[in-house]
Design a protein around this ligand. Structure first.
Ligand code: SF4
Length: 359
């Protein structure tokens, strides 16, 4: 075990390639090691973040995403402040220690005012609650104002560390360098910064995934939110042949994601890693499996039921017909029956962030 850990942490290419493909006893060994590393830092504790998908408006046209501006079939919404306050009341009653405000990417003064009002309202009413924002690329000044208003954390997925692959997945107007620049600003401003990639993308190679792991390590992110690529029929990446191919590759993508998560945990023992909801598309216990193997964070949806069906980044998204209370009950029961502990009420700051802040 120690030998394997050393090889993974030293980025031994042959070992990493083997681990990405691992199945059977090799996968069991990898998971055992990853679990051991995770438990040394977090024990059995699982931290909760209540996620409110407060708007599905987006200015971008990412080729894989159901919310892209080019998808005219989507009913667009933006929750009002009283609706957000009601969702926040649930978060408090349910004893979540942390909230995530997520939307598509919108810029401009009106949007800025609206987002600042959400963060200020939350900070004023619930001062102890850790606030995460996930609203895409913005300018440095706005990130600063959000931080001053009370935002503690920011999630911005890089989607892939390969610039070449990034260009294939996004229109020309979007750039990998700009996204990376945003991540750098967020770190400079003192946020806990989270990022992530999609695993199993068309055209992605094992070398790309190893590149992602190295990027995660070198750039010292505090949190990770990553998951498998799930196709959405109303996107350019879902041409007829691609849909067939994705269905054929489903099992491979699921295992590849779990193996990638295990490697990430071994490489970044003290970072927070979320179990992606998208894993449940492949297996109803996908998220729980990720929590058993490598992840220590779960993000139950607190989005009002009437909006859930309109916030569909990928197809077959689970829990669309559930209320926030059902999501919490269902996940907590699964967590307990898997022998894990509920960390409800805790803000769950990334130990890696705390360590870096002390330096
Ligand atoms: S991935 Fe994000 S930025 Fe891209 S289209 Fe979807 S919501 Fe918009």
């Amino acid at each position: 075990m120690d030998e394997l850990k050393k090889k993974i942490q030293n980025f031994d290419q042959k070992t990493l390639l083997k681990c990405l493909k691992a199945r059977g006893w090799e996968q069991t060994e990898l998971f055992r090691l990853s679990r051991q590393v995770k438990e040394k830092v977090f024990g059995q504790r699982i931290w909760y973040r209540g996620i409110i998908e407060f708007s599905n408006l987006c200015r971008n046209n990412c080729f894989y995403c159901g919310l892209r501006i080019g998808n005219k079939k989507v009913y667009r919404y933006k929750m009002s402040l009283p609706e957000i306050a009601a969702a926040m009341d649930f978060i408090r009653r349910a004893n979540y220690g942390s909230v995530v405000f997520q939307s598509g990417e919108i810029r401009g003064q009106r949007w800025e005012k609206y987002l600042l009002a959400i963060v200020r309202l939350t900070k004023k009413k619930y001062p102890g609650l850790a606030i995460t924002v996930s609203c895409g690329e913005q300018d440095r000044g706005f990130y600063k104002r959000l931080r001053q208003a009370g935002a503690d954390r920011y999630l911005l997925r890089i989607e892939t560390s390969s610039q070449k692959l990034y260009e294939k997945l996004h229109p020309k107007l979007m750039s990998w360098s700009r996204r990376y620049q945003c991540l750098k600003w967020l770190k400079e401003l003192g946020y806990q910064v989270g990022t992530g990639v999609m695993v199993g993308l068309p055209g992605q190679t094992p070398a790309d995934l190893i590149g992602d792991l190295r990027f995660f390590k070198d750039s010292q992110f505090h949190m990770f939110g990553l998951g498998p690529y799930v196709i959405h029929k109303d996107t350019p990446l879902a041409a007829v042949n691609a849909r067939k191919q994705w269905r054929e590759d489903k099992a491979k993508i699921y295992h590849l994601t779990l193996n990638f998560l295990a490697l990430l945990r071994i490489i970044r023992p003290t970072a927070n890693i979320a179990a992606a909801t998208a894993l449940d598309v492949f297996n109803p216990s996908g998220r729980i499996m990720a929590l058993q193997v490598a992840a220590n964070v779960i993000m139950p949806s607190v989005t009002p039921r009437k909006y859930r069906e309109h916030y569909v980044l990928y197809q077959n998204k689970p829990c669309l017909d559930e209320e926030a209370k059902q999501c919490l009950g269902c996940l907590t029961a699964k967590i307990k029956s898997a022998g894990l502990e509920s960390g409800l009420g805790e803000a769950g700051t990334s130990p890696l962030y705390l360590k870096m802040a002390r330096k």
